[in-house]
Design a protein around this ligand. Structure first.
Ligand code: S3P
Length: 439
């Protein structure tokens, strides 16, 4: 159990850890590349350690030099057969089968921790089978997942759920298929894989990209097409700071009185920063200054300050762009004036925990007036939060949510299972310490 007492204020500047989503992709794409790839500023955390162990099991070699990695890839068709433990890493679980499925002669098993054993893989099994892949899963939807490499055919596939993980899986499979593969997304999601594959020499076309996202009305579909490739050469990949980690400090600065926090070198991929629009509607005092891009990914410095907040509504169109930050929207909603409602977010039920249940139950235990709905939650702001105890439920984002709730609360918060934060942000407690000014 770890205790987080009410803070006087948060002040100062920090660079959040390297992006988890991009670090997973960098290691995987380096592994399927020819020759050596240098990955700069790679995240060192439990989740990304699982990905490095996985690519080593497949035959890649990894040397770490501080925050940089040197990865010698096995080539697009060179992964050796192995049993892979994905640990807690959903991104690894969903992306890796796409690459493996297209390598005839190989056989792999993917399994993971207790949380991974509850998370669905049918979302990748189904489209990969349409491409000719040979896969089997427990109850046809859960790990252990077995993959036998096969010749794949290119398909056109409309994603039934907005998921960058599923899209990325199919794009990797498409590299090994006999003709182009097109993934149609009804709602845009993060495009890290597309950017990284293009930088490595693959042909990836996106139509309707950059369509402005509104919370009202349908958006035109986005079509992403990948051409089959003979080989890829990523050579160098630079990982920006993780917006999803920075988001804890952005919201903390907003809800702890007298705070001002500057966050440097954060990735601001348009598919990741839905939270900024939501917080701006809530009246947040935010400054976003775009800085140089880190290898095709835009980056920024963000300054967040405390101030009065109003409730906001968040609908399905915005959900994929803020999917990992919706627990923080619930927390901000506790401090806002009025009722904050998030809908169209049933995907939250399939994260590291059922984040509708764990966020609503957790914040309610701290005194919040919050209700779960089938596809989201509604929180009535009371201007503050009493405090108490919260269980992280093995979910890193819930552990950090509890910590921020604690420093913003009246009485402090005990977080059971806080060590889960190490999945994405091992330095969280140290960074908090550097920003904290006593009450
Ligand atoms: C991720 C995509 C999202 C997100 C997850 C990381 C990724 O999942 O919740 O934390 O790296 O592509 P879905 O694509 O399943 O929504």
């Amino acid at each position: 159990m770890t205790r987080f007492d009410p803070a006087g204020s948060l002040r100062g500047a920090l660079t959040p850890p390297p992006d988890k989503s991009i670090s997973h992709r960098a290691a995987l794409i380096a592994a399927l590349g020819e020759g050596e790839t240098v990955v700069r500023n790679h995240l060192e955390a439990e989740d990304t350690r699982s990905t490095l162990a996985a690519i080593e099991a497949l035959g890649a070699t990894v040397e770490r030099d501080g925050l940089d990695l040197r990865v010698r890839g096995v080539g697009l068709r060179g992964a050796r057969s192995a049993a892979i433990d994905v640990g807690n890493a959903g991104t690894l679980l969903r992306l890796l089968p796409g690459w493996l499925a297209g390598q005839p002669g190989g056989e792999w098993t993917l399994d993971g921790d207790e949380s991974i054993r509850r998370r669905p893989v049918d979302r990748v099994v189904e489209p990969l089978r349409l491409m000719g892949a040979e896969l089997s899963a427990r109850d046809d939807r859960l790990v252990p997942l077995r993959v036998r490499g096969a010749e794949l055919r290119g398909v056109e596939y409309r994603l039934p759920v907005a998921s960058a993980q599923v899209k990325s899986c199919l794009l990797l499979a498409g590299l090994l298929a006999d003709r182009p593969t097109t993934v149609i997304e009804r709602r845009p999601t993060r495009d890290h894989t597309e950017r990284m594959l293009r930088a490595a020499g693959a042909t990836v076309r996106t139509e309707n990209a950059g369509t402005p996202v509104t919370i009202h009305g349908a958006l035109p579909a986005t079509r992403v097409t990948v051409e089959p490739a003979a080989a890829l050469a990523p050579s160098e990949i630079t990982v920006p700071g993780d917006f999803s980690s920075a988001a804890f400090w952005i919201v903390a600065a907003m809800v702890v009185r007298g705070s001002e926090v500057r966050l440097d070198a954060i990735g601001i991929n348009p598919g990741r920063i839905g939270l900024l629009g939501i917080l701006t509607r809530m009246g947040a005092a935010l400054e976003v200054v775009e800085t140089a891009a880190a290898q095709r990914e835009p980056t920024a410095t963000i300054v967040a300050r405390s101030g009065p907040l109003q409730a906001a509504r968040v609908g399905a169109g915005e959900v994929p762009l803020a999917i990992d930050e919706l627990p923080l929207v619930a927390l901000a909603g506790c401090f806002a004036d009025g009722e904050t409602i998030v809908s169209g977010a049933e995907e939250l039920r399939h994260k590291e925990s059922d984040r509708i249940e764990t966020v609503v139950g957790g914040l309610r235990g701290l005194g919040a007036e919050i209700e779960a709905t089938g596809d989201g939650f509604a929180v009535r702001g009371t201007g503050g939060l009493r405090g108490g105890a919260i269980d992280a439920a093995g979910d890193h984002r819930l552990a950090m949510l509890g910590a921020i709730a604690g420093i913003a609360s009246d009485e402090g918060v005990e977080v059971r299972g806080f060590e889960a934060a190490a999945v994405s942000y091992p330095g969280f407690a140290a960074d908090l310490g550097s920003l904290l000014r006593p009450a």
